[in-house]
Design a protein around this ligand. Structure first.
Ligand SMILES: N[C@@H](CCC[C@H](N)C(=O)O)C(=O)O
Length: 275
Protein backbone atom coordinates (compact mmCIF):
# COMPACT_ATOMS: atom_id res chain seq x y z
CA UNK A 1 0.00 0.00 0.00
CA UNK A 2 1.28 3.45 -0.95
CA UNK A 3 1.37 6.30 1.55
CA UNK A 4 2.24 9.99 1.43
CA UNK A 5 3.59 12.07 4.28
CA UNK A 6 2.62 15.73 4.60
CA UNK A 7 2.31 18.50 7.12
CA UNK A 8 0.75 21.87 7.79
CA UNK A 9 3.00 24.04 9.99
CA UNK A 10 4.50 20.91 11.49
CA UNK A 11 1.20 19.13 12.22
CA UNK A 12 2.07 15.96 10.31
CA UNK A 13 -0.03 13.28 8.72
CA UNK A 14 0.23 9.94 6.98
CA UNK A 15 -2.07 10.14 3.96
CA UNK A 16 -3.59 6.99 2.55
CA UNK A 17 -5.60 7.07 -0.65
CA UNK A 18 -8.52 4.68 -0.53
CA UNK A 19 -10.76 6.18 -3.21
CA UNK A 20 -13.28 3.36 -3.26
CA UNK A 21 -13.44 2.76 0.47
CA UNK A 22 -11.88 -0.70 0.45
CA UNK A 23 -9.92 -0.16 3.68
CA UNK A 24 -11.23 -0.64 7.17
CA UNK A 25 -8.48 1.01 9.25
CA UNK A 26 -8.50 -0.12 12.87
CA UNK A 27 -7.40 2.09 15.75
CA UNK A 28 -4.44 -0.24 16.28
CA UNK A 29 -3.32 0.10 12.66
CA UNK A 30 -3.55 3.89 12.84
CA UNK A 31 -1.57 4.00 16.09
CA UNK A 32 1.08 1.72 14.54
CA UNK A 33 1.40 3.94 11.44
CA UNK A 34 1.70 7.07 13.60
CA UNK A 35 4.23 5.66 16.06
CA UNK A 36 7.41 7.74 15.79
CA UNK A 37 9.77 4.84 16.56
CA UNK A 38 8.00 1.74 15.30
CA UNK A 39 5.97 3.27 12.47
CA UNK A 40 6.13 6.12 9.93
CA UNK A 41 5.40 8.71 12.60
CA UNK A 42 2.64 11.33 12.50
CA UNK A 43 0.11 13.27 14.55
CA UNK A 44 -2.68 11.62 12.59
CA UNK A 45 -3.87 9.74 9.52
CA UNK A 46 -5.85 11.20 6.62
CA UNK A 47 -7.70 8.58 4.59
CA UNK A 48 -8.69 9.98 1.19
CA UNK A 49 -11.97 8.33 0.22
CA UNK A 50 -14.85 9.23 -2.09
CA UNK A 51 -17.64 10.56 0.14
CA UNK A 52 -20.11 8.27 -1.60
CA UNK A 53 -17.99 5.25 -0.64
CA UNK A 54 -17.80 5.92 3.11
CA UNK A 55 -20.59 5.46 5.65
CA UNK A 56 -19.67 8.73 7.43
CA UNK A 57 -19.29 10.66 4.18
CA UNK A 58 -22.21 9.38 2.09
CA UNK A 59 -24.73 11.99 3.26
CA UNK A 60 -22.37 14.75 1.97
CA UNK A 61 -21.63 13.12 -1.39
CA UNK A 62 -23.88 15.54 -3.29
CA UNK A 63 -21.80 18.47 -1.99
CA UNK A 64 -18.27 17.05 -1.87
CA UNK A 65 -16.64 14.31 -3.92
CA UNK A 66 -13.98 13.60 -1.27
CA UNK A 67 -14.30 12.72 2.42
CA UNK A 68 -11.44 13.32 4.87
CA UNK A 69 -11.45 10.34 7.23
CA UNK A 70 -9.29 11.81 10.00
CA UNK A 71 -7.80 9.77 12.88
CA UNK A 72 -5.67 10.97 15.79
CA UNK A 73 -2.33 9.26 16.41
CA UNK A 74 -3.83 7.08 19.16
CA UNK A 75 -6.34 5.76 16.61
CA UNK A 76 -9.31 7.77 17.89
CA UNK A 77 -11.65 9.51 15.48
CA UNK A 78 -12.05 13.31 15.51
CA UNK A 79 -14.73 15.37 13.83
CA UNK A 80 -12.45 18.04 12.40
CA UNK A 81 -8.80 18.76 11.68
CA UNK A 82 -8.08 22.20 10.21
CA UNK A 83 -4.49 21.46 9.21
CA UNK A 84 -5.63 18.07 8.02
CA UNK A 85 -8.08 19.68 5.59
CA UNK A 86 -5.34 21.87 4.20
CA UNK A 87 -2.91 18.95 3.74
CA UNK A 88 -5.74 16.77 2.37
CA UNK A 89 -6.48 19.51 -0.18
CA UNK A 90 -2.81 19.66 -1.17
CA UNK A 91 -2.97 15.91 -1.79
CA UNK A 92 -6.14 16.21 -3.93
CA UNK A 93 -4.59 18.94 -6.07
CA UNK A 94 -1.18 17.26 -6.42
CA UNK A 95 -2.82 14.02 -7.54
CA UNK A 96 -5.27 15.76 -9.92
CA UNK A 97 -8.27 14.49 -7.97
CA UNK A 98 -9.95 17.91 -8.23
CA UNK A 99 -9.94 20.52 -10.97
CA UNK A 100 -11.13 23.87 -9.61
CA UNK A 101 -8.46 24.98 -7.12
CA UNK A 102 -10.45 28.09 -6.26
CA UNK A 103 -13.19 26.13 -4.52
CA UNK A 104 -12.60 22.59 -3.28
CA UNK A 105 -15.31 21.10 -1.07
CA UNK A 106 -14.05 18.60 1.50
CA UNK A 107 -16.48 16.49 3.50
CA UNK A 108 -15.52 15.97 7.14
CA UNK A 109 -17.33 14.49 10.14
CA UNK A 110 -18.13 18.11 11.09
CA UNK A 111 -19.69 18.88 7.69
CA UNK A 112 -18.43 20.18 4.36
CA UNK A 113 -15.69 22.83 4.40
CA UNK A 114 -14.31 24.58 1.33
CA UNK A 115 -10.65 25.11 0.47
CA UNK A 116 -8.95 27.64 -1.80
CA UNK A 117 -5.39 26.99 -3.07
CA UNK A 118 -3.25 30.14 -3.28
CA UNK A 119 0.31 29.05 -4.14
CA UNK A 120 1.94 27.59 -1.03
CA UNK A 121 -0.99 28.73 1.10
CA UNK A 122 -4.25 26.85 1.47
CA UNK A 123 -7.16 28.77 2.91
CA UNK A 124 -10.21 26.96 4.24
CA UNK A 125 -13.69 28.29 4.85
CA UNK A 126 -14.22 26.54 8.18
CA UNK A 127 -17.33 25.83 10.15
CA UNK A 128 -18.05 28.87 12.39
CA UNK A 129 -16.56 28.50 15.88
CA UNK A 130 -18.98 28.74 18.77
CA UNK A 131 -17.90 30.00 22.21
CA UNK A 132 -20.22 28.32 24.67
CA UNK A 133 -18.94 28.02 28.26
CA UNK A 134 -16.24 28.81 30.78
CA UNK A 135 -13.91 26.00 31.85
CA UNK A 136 -10.53 25.39 33.42
CA UNK A 137 -7.44 23.42 32.50
CA UNK A 138 -4.73 22.27 34.87
CA UNK A 139 -1.08 21.39 34.32
CA UNK A 140 0.62 20.12 37.47
CA UNK A 141 -0.18 22.63 40.24
CA UNK A 142 -1.31 25.37 37.82
CA UNK A 143 -4.95 26.13 36.98
CA UNK A 144 -5.91 28.14 33.89
CA UNK A 145 -9.33 29.66 33.28
CA UNK A 146 -10.47 29.16 29.71
CA UNK A 147 -13.27 29.35 27.16
CA UNK A 148 -14.89 26.29 25.62
CA UNK A 149 -15.11 26.59 21.83
CA UNK A 150 -16.85 24.22 19.44
CA UNK A 151 -15.15 24.14 16.03
CA UNK A 152 -16.85 20.90 15.09
CA UNK A 153 -14.34 19.38 17.51
CA UNK A 154 -13.97 20.57 21.13
CA UNK A 155 -11.44 23.15 22.33
CA UNK A 156 -10.58 24.92 25.57
CA UNK A 157 -8.74 28.20 25.00
CA UNK A 158 -6.75 29.42 28.01
CA UNK A 159 -5.12 32.86 28.00
CA UNK A 160 -2.03 32.80 30.22
CA UNK A 161 -1.90 35.45 32.91
CA UNK A 162 0.71 37.00 35.22
CA UNK A 163 3.41 37.07 32.56
CA UNK A 164 3.60 33.26 32.43
CA UNK A 165 5.63 32.24 29.35
CA UNK A 166 4.45 29.53 26.95
CA UNK A 167 7.74 27.66 27.19
CA UNK A 168 7.40 27.41 30.98
CA UNK A 169 4.45 25.01 30.56
CA UNK A 170 5.03 21.31 30.97
CA UNK A 171 2.84 19.65 28.33
CA UNK A 172 4.36 16.17 28.53
CA UNK A 173 1.22 15.03 30.30
CA UNK A 174 -2.36 15.73 29.27
CA UNK A 175 -3.81 18.82 30.96
CA UNK A 176 -6.67 18.21 33.37
CA UNK A 177 -10.13 19.41 32.33
CA UNK A 178 -13.77 19.23 33.43
CA UNK A 179 -15.12 15.92 32.11
CA UNK A 180 -18.72 17.07 32.53
CA UNK A 181 -18.04 19.98 30.15
CA UNK A 182 -16.05 17.85 27.71
CA UNK A 183 -17.43 14.30 27.92
CA UNK A 184 -15.57 13.29 24.73
CA UNK A 185 -12.29 14.96 25.70
CA UNK A 186 -10.88 18.28 24.55
CA UNK A 187 -7.99 19.95 22.76
CA UNK A 188 -6.40 22.54 25.08
CA UNK A 189 -4.80 25.74 23.76
CA UNK A 190 -2.53 27.99 25.85
CA UNK A 191 -2.23 31.53 24.51
CA UNK A 192 -0.14 34.66 25.09
CA UNK A 193 -0.29 38.03 23.31
CA UNK A 194 2.46 38.72 20.74
CA UNK A 195 3.89 41.98 19.37
CA UNK A 196 1.44 43.57 16.89
CA UNK A 197 2.52 43.03 13.28
CA UNK A 198 0.49 45.93 11.93
CA UNK A 199 -2.16 48.33 13.11
CA UNK A 200 -5.18 46.21 12.26
CA UNK A 201 -4.38 42.57 12.89
CA UNK A 202 -4.32 40.86 16.27
CA UNK A 203 -1.28 38.70 16.97
CA UNK A 204 -0.99 35.87 19.49
CA UNK A 205 1.23 32.85 20.16
CA UNK A 206 0.00 29.48 21.38
CA UNK A 207 0.86 25.91 22.30
CA UNK A 208 -1.63 23.08 22.10
CA UNK A 209 -2.18 19.72 23.70
CA UNK A 210 -4.35 17.73 21.32
CA UNK A 211 -6.88 15.14 22.31
CA UNK A 212 -5.65 11.82 20.97
CA UNK A 213 -2.25 13.09 19.80
CA UNK A 214 -0.52 14.92 22.69
CA UNK A 215 1.38 18.15 22.21
CA UNK A 216 1.68 18.95 18.51
CA UNK A 217 3.55 21.69 16.65
CA UNK A 218 0.32 23.11 15.29
CA UNK A 219 -3.45 22.70 15.34
CA UNK A 220 -5.61 24.45 12.75
CA UNK A 221 -8.95 24.09 14.50
CA UNK A 222 -7.16 25.14 17.71
CA UNK A 223 -5.91 28.28 15.96
CA UNK A 224 -9.47 28.94 14.79
CA UNK A 225 -10.73 28.64 18.37
CA UNK A 226 -7.94 30.92 19.61
CA UNK A 227 -8.70 33.45 16.86
CA UNK A 228 -12.38 33.51 17.79
CA UNK A 229 -11.57 34.15 21.46
CA UNK A 230 -9.01 36.86 20.55
CA UNK A 231 -11.55 38.71 18.37
CA UNK A 232 -14.18 38.46 21.08
CA UNK A 233 -11.76 39.70 23.75
CA UNK A 234 -10.82 42.65 21.52
CA UNK A 235 -14.51 43.48 21.01
CA UNK A 236 -14.22 42.98 17.25
CA UNK A 237 -17.04 41.53 15.15
CA UNK A 238 -14.69 40.85 12.23
CA UNK A 239 -10.93 40.88 11.69
CA UNK A 240 -7.78 38.85 11.24
CA UNK A 241 -5.75 37.14 13.95
CA UNK A 242 -2.20 35.99 13.25
CA UNK A 243 -1.49 32.88 15.30
CA UNK A 244 2.11 31.75 15.88
CA UNK A 245 2.56 28.10 16.78
CA UNK A 246 5.73 26.13 17.46
CA UNK A 247 5.59 24.83 13.85
CA UNK A 248 4.78 28.06 12.04
CA UNK A 249 2.19 30.72 11.42
CA UNK A 250 -1.53 30.45 10.65
CA UNK A 251 -4.03 33.23 10.12
CA UNK A 252 -7.68 33.25 11.12
CA UNK A 253 -9.98 35.72 9.41
CA UNK A 254 -13.58 36.42 10.23
CA UNK A 255 -14.77 38.56 7.34
CA UNK A 256 -18.55 38.36 7.63
CA UNK A 257 -21.23 36.92 9.89
CA UNK A 258 -20.78 33.29 8.94
CA UNK A 259 -17.41 33.25 7.19
CA UNK A 260 -14.35 32.10 9.09
CA UNK A 261 -11.13 31.35 7.22
CA UNK A 262 -8.08 29.39 8.32
CA UNK A 263 -4.98 29.92 6.16
CA UNK A 264 -1.39 28.67 6.10
CA UNK A 265 1.06 26.49 4.23
CA UNK A 266 0.48 22.80 3.51
CA UNK A 267 3.11 20.56 1.96
CA UNK A 268 3.65 16.95 0.93
CA UNK A 269 7.13 15.75 1.81
CA UNK A 270 7.46 12.06 0.94
CA UNK A 271 5.84 9.01 -0.56
CA UNK A 272 6.51 5.40 0.27
CA UNK A 273 5.17 1.89 0.47
CA UNK A 274 3.89 0.09 3.54
CA UNK A 275 5.32 -3.40 3.87
N1 LIG B 1 -4.55 19.03 14.53
C1 LIG B 1 -5.89 19.16 14.14
C2 LIG B 1 -6.92 18.69 15.12
C3 LIG B 1 -6.97 17.18 15.15
C4 LIG B 1 -8.12 16.62 15.94
C5 LIG B 1 -7.98 16.83 17.41
N2 LIG B 1 -6.83 16.20 17.97
C6 LIG B 1 -9.25 16.30 18.09
O1 LIG B 1 -9.26 15.18 18.65
O2 LIG B 1 -10.26 17.00 18.06
C7 LIG B 1 -6.18 20.50 13.53
O3 LIG B 1 -5.31 21.01 12.81
O4 LIG B 1 -7.30 21.02 13.66
Amino acid sequence: MQFTKGHGTGNDFVIIEDADGALDLTAEQVAALCHRRFGIGADGVLRVVRAAKDAAGAAMAADAEWFMDYRNSDGSIAEMCGNGVRVFTRYLVTHSLVSNIADIPVATRAGVVRAVVEGDQIRVHMRSPSLYAAGTATTGPLTFPGVAVDCGNPHLVCNLHDGLALDSLDLHLAPGFDKALFPSGVNVEFVVPAEPLDETDLHVAMRVYERGSGETLSCGSGALAVGAVALRDAGLATGTVTVDLPGGRLTVTHDSADRWWLAGPAVLVATGELI
